[in-house]
Design a protein around this ligand. Structure first.
Ligand code: AMP
Length: 552
């Protein structure tokens, strides 16, 4: 029993409350979507909320029980948004599936989640037809389009049309209230190592995350913003933007399947986008396109870049050449995803430009709701001196407690106990400085261990990316008979550039200790990426682990 109970209203933190709020207080604010069908669709929060209720009614009519999983294979668009709310808001679980994964992995994930209904964009019809025999839990197939775009025939038994499903419902249905700890969404980790693991978000964790996310020390999204989430809704719910934007009544612009530089720039300009969020690889395409045509941004002011380290050279280009405020952020599927953002504190105003920049290039500091620490191999806390690197642990209101299917406090729990507190091990290696700014030095598996000393692959990649001839770079560990591992740099050059390996390696002089400079450079046409746009270093290690280094 509490010492004395507070006497305030108790309202569960529910996902539906976000959209109800938007419909009531920002009902005429637009939600614009570039659709797979090729058109640019415009709707409003009032409409989205009404259609989300129809989604909920349709799911009930299909016999999808509360708590059951509804899978989505879809781009960022208004129908996906309606599903987010219609599924979760009615007490079912919205399972966003990453279509860029291998078909086998997708089937594995759907079976693991036991999805009962599968909703998908036209793009993914062939994929779903191929997967269907392997995913017996799915009872209903919903193609997210209108009658006019339904295929003449399909191998899927009784393929349903999304627009027809909604049209059959009258929308006279009220959002139910239930415990805020009810599961709302499910997202599997990218699985760069081993099988993907399911992270089951709750209504409470999602709403608290959105509250933190809109604050000025996080994404600072407000009602005057026009927000374009480039991050896919199938990757950690587009970093929570589809929940944060309705919370503040911000206009939403969805890019659909076209994520190339030209399409994104055109949409940002025509819809007067002010804020966007995405991984560094997206910006590579945008920057190349804009530089080629000498373009600028007329309304875009701020962007959050995360999901992988934002190369300092990219940050500088976006700030100096395009006038953007770049906010470097770190997070994971397991942290919903926001963990840290690199905003400056008041006391940093007096720093010179370069010192401020160095701070902003770190992954940043936590917002309330998340805490972090670094520990050594024996789980002992390490000093916050900005130099000592250790395993990064996190805890907080929107951090995973256990993966889907794992027993509470079971032996398969990944958690670490530090001074009686339960922490989640991120698998990242980081430093924290006295002001709480965290800097990722590597993934534990990507660190290059040369003669027992660690070399950060991210540091090497950032230096390489600053070379004018380099489009993209990866640094990996290569086997060495004496040092065990030595760094190898794998480079994609900019069109027309042909630097020599020696020239690139000389570029490291004075930027890192001599023993940290890569031993060799391999030039390739393209680097492999994970389904979420990160460098797939595992594949690179498999190919180049035994690359013959000079002098060996
Ligand atoms: P995911 O769950 O697929 O979003 O991957 C999370 C992982 O991405 C983290 O554990 C980091 O290794 C990496 N990551 C995310 N943001 C950053 C960042 N800003 N800098 C470096 N690595 C990052």
């Amino acid at each position: 029993m509490p010492i004395l109970s507070g006497q305030m209203m108790q309202m569960p933190l529910s996902i539906s409350s976000l959209l109800r709020h938007a419909a009531r207080h920002a009902g005429d604010v637009e939600v614009v979507s570039r659709r797979v069908e090729g058109d640019l669709h415009r709707t409003t929060y009032v409409e989205v909320e009404r259609r989300a209720r129809q989604v909920a009614q349709a799911l009930a009519r299909l016999g999808c029980a509360l708590g059951e999983r509804v899978g989505t294979l879809a781009w960022n668009g208004h129908r996906h948004l309606e599903l987010f709310y219609g599924i979760s808001g009615s007490g079912r679980v919205c399972h966003t599936i990453n279509p860029r994964l291998h078909a086998e992995q997708i089937a594995w994930i759907i079976n693991h989640a036991q999805d009962r209904v599968l909703c998908f964009d036209l793009t993914f019809l062939p994929l779903v037809e191929q997967l269907a025999p392997q995913i017996p839990s799915v009872a209903h197939w919903v193609l997210m389009t209108d009658r006019g775009h339904m295929p003449a025939s399909s191998s899927l038994e009784s393929l349903l049309c999304y627009e027809e499903l909604l049209a059959a419902e009258d929308g006279h249905w009220a959002w139910p209230e239930f415990d805020e700890n009810t599961a709302s969404g499910l997202c599997y980790t990218s699985g760069t190592t081993g099988m993907p693991k399911g992270v089951l978000y709750s209504h409470r964790s999602t709403v608290l995350h959105a509250l933190g996310q809109v604050s000025v020390d996080a994404m600072g999204i407000g009602s005057r913003d026009v927000v374009l989430p480039v991050t896919p809704m199938f990757h950690v719910n587009a970093w929570g933007v589809p929940f944060a934007a309705p919370m503040v009544g911000a206009k939403l612009v969805f890019p659909g399947p076209r994520l190339d530089g030209a399409s994104l720039h055109e949409l940002m300009e025509s819809e007067r986008v002010t804020f966007t969020a995405g991984v560094p690889t997206v910006w590579l395409g945008l920057i190349t396109h804009m530089k080629k045509l000498g373009l600028s941004f007329s309304t875009l002011r701020r962007t959050v870049i995360g999901g992988a380290a934002c190369p300092p050279a990219m940050m500088r280009t976006l700030e100096d050449d395009f006038g953007l405020e770049v906010i470097h952020a770190w997070g994971m599927t397991e942290t919903s995803p926001l963990g840290t953002l690199a905003h400056l504190k008041a006391k940093h105003a007096s720093l010179d430009a370069e010192a401020r920049r160095l701070l902003q290039q770190k992954q940043g500091k936590v917002i309330y709701g998340v805490d972090l620490t670094i520990v050594d191999a024996n789980d002992q806390p390490l000093p916050w001196d900005g130099r000592t690197a250790g395993q990064l642990l996190v805890r907080g209101h929107w951090v995973v407690d256990r993966y889907l299917g794992a027993a509470k406090n079971g032996s398969d729990s990944p958690h670490v106990d530090v001074a009686g507190e339960r922490w989640f091990p991120t698998g990242d290696v980081a430093t924290i400085d006295a002001d709480g700014y965290m800097q990722i030095t590597d993934r534990s598996k990507d660190v290059i261990k040369s003669g027992g000393e660690w070399i950060s692959s991210i540091v090497l990649e950032n230096i390489a990316m600053a070379h004018p001839a380099v489009h993209e770079a990866a640094a990996i560990a290569c086997h060495h008979p004496k040092w065990d591992e030595r760094p190898l740099l794998i480079v994609v050059c900019k069109p027309g550039a042909e630097p020599s390996a020696q020239e690139l390696l000389r570029f490291f002089d004075g930027k890192v200790a001599a023993w940290q400079v890569p031993d060799d450079v391999v030039f390739v046409d393209e680097l492999p990426h994970t389904a979420t746009g990160k460098l797939l270093k595992m594949a690179l290690r498999d190919t180049y682990r035994d690359h013959r280094l000079p002098g060996v």
